[in-house]
Design a protein around this ligand. Sequence first.
Ligand SMILES: Nc1ncnc2c1ncn2[C@@H]1O[C@H](COP(=O)(O)OP(=O)(O)OP(=O)(O)O)[C@@H](O)[C@H]1O
Ligand SMILES: [Mg+2]
Length: 356
Amino acid sequence: MSIQSNAASVVFDNVSKIYGTDIVAVDQVSFSIEAGTLVTLLGPSGCGKTTTLRMIAGLEMTNGGRIIIGDDDVTTLPATDRDVSMVFQSYALFPHMTVGENVAYGLTVGNTDKDEVHSKAMDGLKLVGLDGYSERLPSELSGGQQQRVAVARALVLEPQVLLFDEPLSNLDAKLRRKVREEIRDIQQNLGLTVVYVTHDQEEALAISDRIIVMKNAVIAQEGSPRDLYEAPVDYFVADFIGNANLLETEITSITNGDASVRIGSLELMLPSRGMSAGVAHVAIRPESVMLSRDMASSGLDGLIAKATYLGSHMEYTVTTQMGELFVIDKDVISPMAEKISVKINLSDRGVTLVST
Ligand SMILES: Nc1ncnc2c1ncn2[C@@H]1O[C@H](COP(=O)(O)OP(=O)(O)OP(=O)(O)O)[C@@H](O)[C@H]1O
Ligand SMILES: [Mg+2]
């Protein structure tokens, strides 16, 4: 295999981007991406993900702060002098060139030897499972295959950093899963540094070493997929990564970092996460709510307002004195009927004190 990894780290130090006079797209953001890892920027539309990628690529210049790739401060370097390649949502293949020519294009612009260009292009196509497709035109490929050509074209440049901006959003759900697994495999096998933008939380959980959740031009939380799912700092992150029910609760006391929390008639012990006694909010994962038909058991009272069969699980909307709860239950054999009363308890996992 002739394709190498030149993976480098990426550091943002207080970086800002302001469009025009007052559109703050990225607001004093700092993060550090280790070489050879895949980090996802995740967040709602307009939060600054693409702008962040474009600043790494040098397609946008910063209005403050520093960007460091590997050992080099690249803050003022133009895109052409940075060793970064980007894969776009729209693939952006040249329609009149064959697949092989598309993949080789970036190498022919430089002064790479002809045989080496050919061998790298063939290796690139092999990596994405498209050997044998080199003579076809992009129009003779499916959407997923075209996207894989775009990935190969970026890979053969052996960039220090490979950027993906929502690369799978034009594909259907099954193909999205397949291509995302391929991207992750290639990234791990070659040890590439990848910065990946998506607003699909499941995609982010599935492929990332770390996730940076953005909200309104700043970082809401950064961590491993597990950190973010199990210990979201606030309701925004809890609800963006997976779903969460938000309930108002009362912390009655705190002992050695453990909070006694009262939710209606339920008493729980939860990590206090720096909060003090008084009114607080708790985020509850839908799969952490346990429903029982046994009205003699303890628990919060609820009424099944809506029951939906989804094949692999049931979804319920349950009304309680604390508000509505969204519940996911694996039991599809004996589901709860609508309008029946239930007792509600919470499992140990997936219940977290959060700020709002
Ligand atoms: N060229 C531009 N000129 C002016 N404003 C811009 C420009 N590009 C982006 N913006 C604004 O900057 C903010 C961040 O945009 P950005 O494209 O980074 O968002 P995003 O997180 O990638 O969103 P999406 O998920 O919709 O792609 C938005 O408010 C957007 O309207
Ligand atoms: Mg975008």
